[in-house]
Design a protein around this ligand. Structure first.
Ligand code: GN1
Ligand code: MG
Length: 374
């Protein structure tokens, strides 16, 4: 962790009244380092300071431009709808003394700062259908508010981020290099990768490429990226650094991956990984309440494919990182990425067994909107 002296240097360049002495590590992100800083005066706004992982986000200037563009767009939508408070419902980046929205310190690290949204909560494991429903509404509304930004306009911060063919290629390269001699010990996991590899390439099939629209999506719709208020109502979608073009089913799938699972992403005891179907139903209801306003039929049909793909892709990414020697995701102990991969593969197996019924739930729900229009 960075020394407080360096944080003091960093903070002095942002237009804020942050109390450097109050800094504490915050959140459960796997990539960046986040700190909560209190305001020097009681009652003033608090701040979130983030050190951006520059190895992964190599173009911080363009990343920041994206975040500015997206947050301004979302705020203007909320003003236009006249129903909410843009300052509470959208993250607000804080400018620096040179009127940029990031700062590079003397060590070469990049930082950004937001207002902290007080009286909000996020959940790593969803507890109630109401929370799931609210999460669905939040991500559906998020996609809807961005639906008028044409594809191709947002900078591709991490190329091929959700391209499973690229992720499988990265895994093959890791296997070839076997940098830490771990390949022999993951034969069972590699077998699962192979078993599903072909069907997971649905989004690369020519028919899907021709019919599915690329839209500006969130690309990291873990449930803990929705902040809920004290009444468990969705307030703000956070973690906007991977907002890029993609298929809506990717966001749907990443949300389902974290919502339907009765336990955490990295559960060691696979028997504890169960599907909580009432939470799935509630998420679908909330999501389609908003997303039925713009989804095409092919997109509706693709949602379940996203729900299978995202845990699979996540497992492939965790496994690749394990083989590479844990160079990408932060780990808490040796073997953590392998444990995460196993948990995600387990989820894939269970989702696969239930996919037909889940797809039917989606179709029934969308039908209720179609019927309601006449
Ligand atoms: C990373 O840092 P965090 O937790 O927001 C990752 C996501 C993964 C997620 C898995 C840039 O997100 O893609 O889905 O971990 N972000 C990046 O929990 O790779
Ligand atoms: Mg993220």
């Amino acid at each position: 962790m960075q020394s407080s002296n360096n944080i003091a240097e960093v903070v002095s360049h942002f237009e804020c009244a942050a109390d450097v002495g109050s800094q504490k590590a915050y959140g459960s992100g796997h990539i960046n380092d986040t700190f909560l800083l209190k305001n020097v005066s009681a009652g003033g706004p608090d701040y979130l300071l983030q050190r951006i992982n520059h190895k992964i986000f190599t173009n911080v200037e363009k990343l920041t431009d994206n975040m500015r563009r997206v947050t301004e767009h979302l705020k203007s939508k909320i003003r236009e709808y006249g129903t909410g408070d843009p300052l509470k419902e959208v993250m607000t980046l804080i400018p620096t003394d040179t009127n940029k929205f990031f700062y590079q310190d003397s060590l070469g690290d990049y930082w950004r700062m937001f207002y902290f949204l007080s009286d909000t909560k996020s959940y790593d494991v969803v507890e109630t259908p109401k929370q799931a429903y609210e999460g669905g509404k939040a991500f559906g509304k998020f996609q809807h508010m961005l639906a008028d930004i044409p594809a191709g306009q947002v900078f591709e911060v991490i190329p091929d981020f959700h391209n499973i063919q690229k992720r499988l290629k990265n895994l093959d390269e890791a296997i070839d290099q076997d940098a830490c001699g771990r390949v022999a010990s993951v034969a069972a996991e590699l077998e699962i990768v192979r078993k599903y590899a072909e069907e997971m390439q649905y989004f690369q099939q020519p028919e899907q490429v021709a019919t599915l629209p690329k839209r500006v999506i969130h690309n990291d719709t873990k449930f803990n990226n929705v902040l809920l208020n004290a009444n468990d109502e969705a307030q703000c979608v956070i973690d906007l650094e991977t907002v890029m073009d993609g298929y809506v089913a990717y966001d749907f799938g990443d949300a389902i991956r974290t919502i339907i699972n009765t336990t955490t992403e990295d559960e060691a005891d696979l028997s504890k990984i169960q599907l909580n179907m009432p939470l799935f139903d509630a998420y679908v209801k909330g999501y389609l309440k908003e997303a039925s306003k713009f989804l095409t039929d092919s997109e509706v049909n693709s949602l379940i494919k996203g729900a299978l793909l995202l845990p699979y892709m996540q497992a492939v990414r965790f496994l690749t990182d394990h083989i590479n020697g844990d160079t990408y995701f932060k780990i808490k102990f040796e073997g953590h990425n392998l444990q995460r991969a196993r948990a995600q593969f387990q989820l894939v197996k269970m989702l696969d067994a239930n996919a037909t019924a889940m797809h039917q739930t989606i179709l029934n729900e969308i039908d209720s909107y179609k019927t309601a229009q006449y």
